[in-house]
Design a protein around this ligand. Structure first.
Ligand SMILES: Nc1ncnc2c1ncn2[C@@H]1O[C@H](COP(=O)(O)OP(=O)(O)OP(=O)(O)O)[C@@H](O)[C@H]1O
Ligand SMILES: [Mg+2]
Length: 310
């Protein structure tokens, strides 16, 4: 078929984008598209072949298409917010290292500086943007990546808290579901020896709509740089220090993220116990102790290791 004969489908702006450096477009009600980066495309194909358990944490990859006005290729993928009425999204960039294997010296230097100045170095995770549905004002509260870069490690917990605050109360019931997914993701990543997720975004998503509260944790496409897409050759100016090990920088970030959520739950639990004791009218439900199954993965990963290697 010639280009003129292909069906023309208009792209619309995608309203639920909270982070990232290039614009994402809405394609259909259930699909978004973003400019194709060969490495990202290779990543999707590699995951299907080599790491199928990870597919549960990645938006469904629908293929590549040509966008004629830009004469560019775009990746087409499932819109993770597609079915949600008031999607609340937090984009966190994982890991203690963000430059790829094939980075230039300048890129490596700038990425290292960014990690040092942000929570990435100390916590292995940094906020790259978020939107939260405020039930009280019936509008979104947003934070961009510049705000995220200015968060100090000591403030990280309160930012996680603000992601789960609907303007009236803390949506504590989201926490156990998120935790179970993060533990499961850690278990999978820990088995993927040699995989690196430098610069990868993890999206935490739930529906801020009162009636249809449901949540999802999904890993957004990251950059996986094993092979130079042009030559098909391994091109690694900065290879990982321990290429036979899993991505400990990513795992370290997951550990910190789960600790933050656990702390949030435990503080809220105590707050509600005290509130009920002091005020007989207090009506919020009491929180049970957090189930700990799944959590032991981090002891397995970090017990014998005193360091985090990238
Ligand atoms: N499949 C998806 N469904 C819904 N939203 C998405 C999806 N993919 C990306 N987004 C939105 O777009 C933003 C940017 O996505 P992503 O991190 O993949 O971009 P990027 O180009 O890799 O950015 P960068 O490398 O600068 O982090 C995310 O923060 C999220 O809000
Ligand atoms: Mg990103």
């Amino acid at each position: 078929m010639s280009e003129e004969q292909l069906p023309h489908i208009p792209l619309r702006p995608f309203r639920n984008q909270v982070g990232g450096h290039s614009a994402i477009y809405k394609f259909t009600r259930q699909a978004v598209c973003k400019p194709l980066v060969s490495r990202e495309n290779l990543f999707y194909e590699a995951v299907e072949r080599e790491a199928p358990p990870l597919l549960d944490f990645i938006p469904r990859y629908l293929g590549v298409m040509l966008v004629s006005y830009r004469r560019d290729n775009f990746i087409l993928m499932e819109d993770l917010t597609g079915r949600l009425k008031h999607p609340c999204v937090m984009d966190v960039k994982m890991g203690t290292r963000q430059y790829g294997l094939d980075a230039t010296y300048a890129k490596k230097k700038s990425q290292r500086a960014k990690c040092k100045k942000t929570t990435s170095a100390e916590l292995g995770v940094r906020v790259c943007g978020m939107q939260v549905w405020n039930h009280a004002t019936q509008s979104y509260v947003t934070q961009d990546k510049y705000r995220g870069r200015n968060i100090k490690p000591a403030q990280f917990d309160s930012v996680i808290e603000s992601f789960l605050f609907d303007g009236e109360r803390l949506l504590a019931y989201q926490i156990p579901v998120l935790l179970q997914k993060l533990y499961a993701l850690a278990r999978i990543i820990n088995r993927l020896k040699g995989f690196r997720f430098y610069g990868c975004s993890l999206l935490l998503i739930y529906d801020g709509d009162k009636e249809s509260q449901e949540d999802k944790t999904q890993k957004a496409p990251g950059y996986h740089t094993d092979v130079d897409p042009e030559s098909g050759l391994l091109y690694a100016r900065f290879p990982p220090h321990y290429p036979d090990e899993p991505d400990r920088g990513f795992l370290f970030g997951l550990k910190k993220l789960t600790e933050s959520l656990e702390g949030l739950w435990n503080r809220e639990r105590i707050r509600r116990i005290k509130a009920a004791r002091d005020d007989p009218e207090f009506s919020q439900t009491q929180l049970a102790p957090l189930p700990t199954d799944g959590k032991e993965i981090f002891d397995e990963i970090f017990s014998e290791l005193g360091y985090v290697s990238t």
